[in-house]
Design a protein around this ligand. Structure first.
Ligand SMILES: NC(=O)c1ccc[n+]([C@@H]2O[C@H](COP(=O)([O-])OP(=O)(O)OC[C@H]3O[C@@H](n4cnc5c(N)ncnc54)[C@H](OP(=O)(O)O)[C@@H]3O)[C@@H](O)[C@H]2O)c1
Length: 246
């Protein structure tokens, strides 16, 4: 079997209803994994069953039932092999205008929910080991206008990944992050819908194009597979060269 194989592995992806998480769900399914995906409502996960993905509702701002979902997977399959903390939100609002509510939402979805799910996974799999992939952002590494608290939450996710890796390695847990650059999803539709802005963004990316959700799937499969067995606490940047190449 290929060292990159994820066949028959159980994978739980949060925010799999659309965008990057949906590409992960379909990509892992194609590779033969048993894929569970969450979304914030029945409606958003309704497409999953037809694609062979097991959909679960988990709205982290209302009722966060991620622990129950992890327990259910463990009971049914013996173990959750990989948790991908992908659900996230952004708000294109200047820092000076960001309300208390906006700030709370960003921190709750992008940071608190990541730790809550990771902790629930760790506590239920202490004797089994585990593998966590957190979807951070290049904005957790570099500053960007209109992304003050968003950048803060993503920087925090990168540090959380390192700290949990340091603490949980003794229980055979690996944790890594993926830092996407600009990826064409609903999240950036405010920018992509304006032709001039899209042109400007593309011109700043050394590869001269915005990323697709597909561009991220390989990095996730690598981190979920045995090919990355000695890698933990790291962040893989997938950004067409945006942050490092000038
Ligand atoms: N797109 C980019 O350029 C980019 C760049 C760097 C990092 N990222 C990160 O990549 C991840 C995915 O982003 P994306 O671009 O794919 O975003 P997206 O298309 O807007 O999808 C967001 C996903 O998160 C889920 N979600 C949002 N709020 C939720 C809540 N309260 N409870 C549960 N789930 C919730 C959504 O579920 P529903 O469909 O049910 O609402 C959806 O599945 C995020 O963490 C984002 O910060 C994106």
């Amino acid at each position: 079997m290929s060292r990159f194989s994820v066949k028959d592995r159980t994978i739980l992806i949060t925010g799999a209803s659309r965008g990057i998480g949906k590409a992960f769900a379909l990509g892992f399914k194609e590779e033969g994994a048993i894929v569970y995906g969450t979304g914030s409502s029945d409606k958003s996960i309704s497409w999953m069953s037809e694609s062979g993905i097991i959909g679960k509702v988990n709205n982290v701002l209302e009722q966060d039932n991620i622990k129950d979902i992890i327990e259910e997977i463990k009971t049914k399959h013996g173990k959750l092999d990989v948790l991908i903390n992908n659900a996230g939100i952004s708000k294109d609002i200047p820092g000076s205008a960001l309300s208390e509510k906006d700030m709370e939402e960003l921190i709750s979805v992008n940071f608190k929910a990541v730790f809550r799910a990771s902790q629930a996974y760790y506590k239920t799999h202490k004797t089994k080991g585990g593998n966590i992939i957190n979807i951070a952002s290049v904005l957790g590494l570099r500053g960007f206008a209109l992304a003050t608290v968003y950048s803060g939450t993503k920087g925090a996710v990168i540090q959380l990944t390192k700290a949990c890796a340091s603490e949980w390695t003794r229980n055979n847990f690996r944790l890594n992050a993926i830092c996407p650059g600009f990826i064409n999803t609903d999240m950036v539709s405010g920018m992509t819908s304006k032709e001039s802005m899209l042109k400007e963004i593309n011109s700043k990316i050394p590869m001269k194009r915005m990323g697709t959700t597909e561009d991220l799937v390989g990095a996730a499969i690598f981190l979920a597979s045995d090919a990355s067995s000695y890698i933990t606490g790291q962040s893989i940047v997938v950004d067409g060269g945006l942050t490092e190449i000038v």
